[in-house]
Design a protein around this ligand. Structure first.
Ligand SMILES: [Zn+2]
Length: 250
């Protein structure tokens, strides 16, 4: 696909090994950056918090001399794409989101920490470590002097955790024409990567009932919990019938 011929396998292996060594030497810096990012709350609805994480990432992309395209997020923080152009033809997009499901104050309550070989803290897995992996991957290519791509992008959205209401169109436009889009979400516990997802949906349910203390006089209530679970369970069953997997969030 590339105008510039792909390097012979031996040369590619040498380059990959050099990148691996470069990245391993930067592991302490990676962990320090991860600590910085995880300790910055960025709950989807806390616009200013997400903007702070965004400013940190954009600053890093600016160091590469990347072209920055920003997209106004309205109630959400602005999404952006950082684009580098190279000498080849293949167009690669790395996709990450800056928001987490954790509201303001979570990081102060349980900040980043390392236990054995695990890093913990709100949003570490979903997906600040993945976001940082994208940044370090681009930097490894740059330090190895590799520009055999046509276009290399890092696309960062700010409202993924609520279904990307503000960023979806921007993401689709930015990723248009990409030969590959790599989503830097965490893999599975056993190390597997996720090749595709079937989809997702968000539903808003309004339920009326009669309140009663669940521990003292549950028989007096018209259970809001039961009413709320029923439609969700129906949805889960019909999802499974269609070959999907359902997961409920309360
Ligand atoms: Zn995620």
């Amino acid at each position: 696909m590339s105008e510039t011929k792909p390097p012979p396998p031996a040369e590619a292996a040498t380059r990959a090994e050099a990148a691996r060594r470069d990245l391993m030497s930067r592991l302490p810096a990676f962990l320090a950056d991860l600590q910085t990012l995880v300790n910055l709350d960025s709950g989807t609805f806390d616009r200013d918090d997400v903007e702070r994480v965004s400013a940190w990432v954009r600053g890093r992309c600016a160091d590469w001399g990347a072209k920055l395209d920003e997209h106004p997020g309205g109630d959400f923080a602005d999404s952006f794409a950082a684009t580098l152009y190279g000498q080849g033809r293949v167009r690669i997009a790395l996709l990450a989101h800056l928001d987490t499901v954790f509201p303001h104050g979570t990081a102060a309550a349980r900040p980043f920490r390392i236990e054995g070989d695990r890093t913990l803290g709100p949003g570490t897995c979903d997906m600040k470590a993945g976001l940082l992996a994208a940044i370090y991957a681009v930097e490894a290519l740059r330090s190895g002097g590799f520009d055999g791509f046509g276009r290399l992008q890092l696309i960062c959205t700010t409202d993924e955790e609520v279904g990307a209401p503000s960023s979806r169109g921007f993401l689709e436009r930015q990723a248009a024409g990409a030969d590959a889009v790599l989503v830097l979400e965490a893999g599975r516990e056993n190390g597997d990567i996720v090749g595709q997802r079937r989809g997702g949906g968000f539903f808003r349910l309004e339920v009326t009932g009669r309140s009663a203390h669940a521990g003292v006089e549950p028989e007096k209530g018209r259970s809001g919990h039961a009413a709320r679970r029923q439609p969700a369970q129906c949805g889960a069953r019909s999802c499974r019938r269609r070959g999907g997997r359902a997961r409920q969030y309360h």
